[in-house]
Design a protein around this ligand. Sequence first.
Ligand code: NI
Length: 164
Amino acid sequence: MAILDVLTYPDPLLKQVAAPVTEFDSSLARLAEDLEQTMRAGPGGVGIAAPQVGVLLRVVIVDVSSRPGIPNHGRLVLVNPEIQRWKGMVKGREGCLSVPDFIGTVIRAEHITLQAQDIHGGTQQYQMQGYEARAVQHEVDHLDGLLFLDRLVSRHHDLKPRQS
Ligand code: NI
């Protein structure tokens, strides 16, 4: 396992659309392990997407279980994730390993239905809400070359320096 270098805004690789995973092999498993270790080494540490380490594949890790009192599915490796339904809208604060100095306020769906494959290629479906749904929407955006900066209604009102 390895902690990988995280690309930061405005690296052009963060604007690329990532390709679907077609090989569910040992290199995918290693990528997932390295992504998880890299995520846990960073501030916040609730999600990461492969393009953030320069790998343009549709793989994300989400784990919001460290946040107290919120519904969650624990540690998830989501391969080729697809959000199939969105319900409700809610504003909330987001950070990103690729935008390390800022926190943004972003509108996301409150409930989602998500379909994704696991690292063996099996298909799973999830009903998610609240902060976990927000984290998944943030990470899936990375696969389409979008950062939370692209979702701000107003940079003046919705972007604040991260208090460290
Ligand atoms: Ni991010």
